[in-house]
Design a protein. Structure first.
Length: 309
């Protein structure tokens, strides 16, 4: 169940404006200035933050008052980082400025400054689940295997902004050489029972959307207290090419070699050694790991529904 709150912005409130300057394909200084002016026009006391280190310093300084909300200017990984730093205690307003912006698209968060201003003025806060990986939280999804290997490779070479084209060459390079180590899963199902399975590429979704708007788990619900686990059970160049084709054609949900589970938690192990992980588009370490769900962890400021206006 989604918990909803509504509160109007007042002049006594403080907003933190976190700007990830290397999010997306290029810098957006004019848009950043528009957001600064927007918060000023709303009568809010604004503190601008430009790095995770600065956020940590602000958050851990007991002399600094907690903000009433935080505007996250960046992509999915930026919002996930802020949520993790603040422990799900402060509402986050995502201004989409990343490469994919999957969560913002799913929630239909506007990029138009005027529409975004209305969203902040109305301030409807809805709580969603998050995934937990050790002391790390994620908002959208986790993957282990081929795709995570590509994400690690791209970020190792990162020098500034990223676009979707940065992933093309590494993807084709990895298709030719990825070894496809076997992943073993021990899954705690929605009813508390357990099951075991194995595969070569594992996903855990909190929302139904995937990169480029594709869906691997179309029945995923971000506030049901569960993660949707997707396991690809075939390996090799041909299998990966076939899975990608099925994803592009929208038929991957019909494949018999793709397993799906509704889970409270899952242990992912690799007997042959560490396998890369990624969460929300960013590198997230390596297996072996235990993954669980944090129900109603994340307070997000969302656009009003028609009935809320």
């Amino acid at each position: 169940m989604t918990f909803t709150e509504t509160c109007q912005a007042t002049s006594t409130e403080t907003a933190w404006l976190f700007i990830n300057r290397i999010a997306g394909g290029y810098d957006k200084p004019q848009r950043h200035e528009s957001l600064r002016e927007l918060l000023k026009d709303l009568g809010l006391n604004t503190v601008e933050i430009n790095s995770p280190e600065q956020l940590t310093f602000q958050w851990e300084d007991e002399a600094v008052p907690r903000p009433d909300f935080i505007v996250s200017v960046g992509g999915d990984g930026t919002a996930a980082m802020i949520a993790g730093q603040t422990g799900g205690t402060v509402p986050i307003a995502i201004y989409p400025a990343g490469t994919e912006n999957i969560l913002a698209k799913y929630l239909q968060i506007p990029t138009d400054i005027g529409a975004f201003a209305k969203m902040l003025s109305k301030r409807i806060v809805r709580r969603f689940d998050a995934g937990q990986l050790g002391d790390h939280t994620f908002l959208l999804m986790l993957s282990a295997g081929f795709e995570a290997e590509v994400v690690h490779h791209v970020h190792q070479r990162r020098n500034g902004h990223l676009t979707k084209f940065h992933y093309v060459k590494p993807t084709f390079e990895m298709l030719a050489k990825y070894p496809y180590p076997k992943l073993e899963l021990d899954i705690e199902l929605a009813d508390g029972s357990r099951t075991q399975t194995e595969g070569f590429w594992v996903f855990a979704f909190n929302v139904p959307r995937y990169a480029l708007g594709f869906e691997m788990t179309p029945d995923a619900v971000p506030d049901d207290g569960l993660l949707d686990i997707c396991v690809l059970t075939q390996k090799g160049f041909g299998a990966t090419a076939s899975y990608i084709t099925s994803l592009l054609s929208g038929t991957i949900t019909k494949r018999s070699d793709v397993q799906r589970f509704k889970a409270l938690s899952v242990d992912i192990r690799c007997p042959s050694g560490p396998v890369p992980l990624q969460t929300d588009g960013d590198p997230a370490g390596f297996t072996d790991i235990r993954l669980s769900v944090l129900p109603s962890y994340l307070p997000l400021i969302v656009p009003p529904k028609r009935t809320d206006k």
